[in-house]
Write a protein that binds this ligand. Sequence first.
Ligand code: NAP
Length: 256
Amino acid sequence: MAVQVATNSQGLLPGSPSPADPMAGLRVAVTGGSAGLGLALVKELIARGARVAFVARNRANLERVAEDHPPAHGIVGDVSLKDDIHPIAMQITGELGGLDVLINNASSLGPVPLALLGDTACEDLERALTTNLLGPFRLTKALLGALAASGREGRGAVVVNISSDAALNPYPRWGAYGASKAALHHLTRIWNEELAGEGIQCLSVDPGDMDTALHALAAPDADPAALRRPEVSAREILNNLVSVLPQRSPSGGENR
Ligand SMILES: NC(=O)c1ccc[n+]([C@@H]2O[C@H](COP(=O)([O-])OP(=O)(O)OC[C@H]3O[C@@H](n4cnc5c(N)ncnc54)[C@H](OP(=O)(O)O)[C@@H]3O)[C@@H](O)[C@H]2O)c1
């Protein structure tokens, strides 16, 4: 077992952001930040000194998370609704004073319980597509100007789209979700090519099978002990993110 120390090498309390952490001061928005992987990302980002805005539909849960994790800023909104996108985008940039990283994490399974495609209602496929594909597309589009400004300033403009192994593997009964994640994965790759000139990078990341509410809905018989903790996936995703950010000096300015 690892030995716990009272302070780290810089004399900071455990959990205090290190001024040298590339996450310190980074302006990050996370959709679906009130539970599961999104909540784990919000917690880890705050612990590492990032400035965070997060989105979810349920106001009570969102307010509880915001209260428990100051100074994270909660935004009530549904990424599957076209009319919610611009209000969400404006609150993100207004609250953070711009944006460096957008993490499109909110997701829908489509039909619950999962169903064969032949038994999937068109409305369930539509919900998976509007939440998992159109929502990230619209929100990214609405935030392109802010991300391009971050890229110009050398702060490291990145869009992280949360994918799934169901994007690549044709699992029976995962048709609506898998098709939406496959489309998101490919959209991400194309956007990464198209936005390179703006200094914006787009990453598609599979977090692995995690012990979350979404997984319990999809696979109620799965043993939670056999699944990853969302905190583990969140840490890996943020370490990947750090690896693509420009090097910044400890004072917060970037090294050229
Ligand atoms: N869990 C896994 O094993 C697994 C595996 C591979 C990939 N993934 C991916 O990982 C990501 C996170 O999944 P998770 O398991 O952490 O999910 P989760 O536990 O169900 O959490 C979902 C979060 O998203 C919010 N949300 C859902 N629909 C939304 C919408 N339309 N607009 C805004 N917020 C919305 C929820 O809050 P409200 O309900 O209040 O909106 C909640 O905060 C998803 O993209 C998922 O596809 C998960």
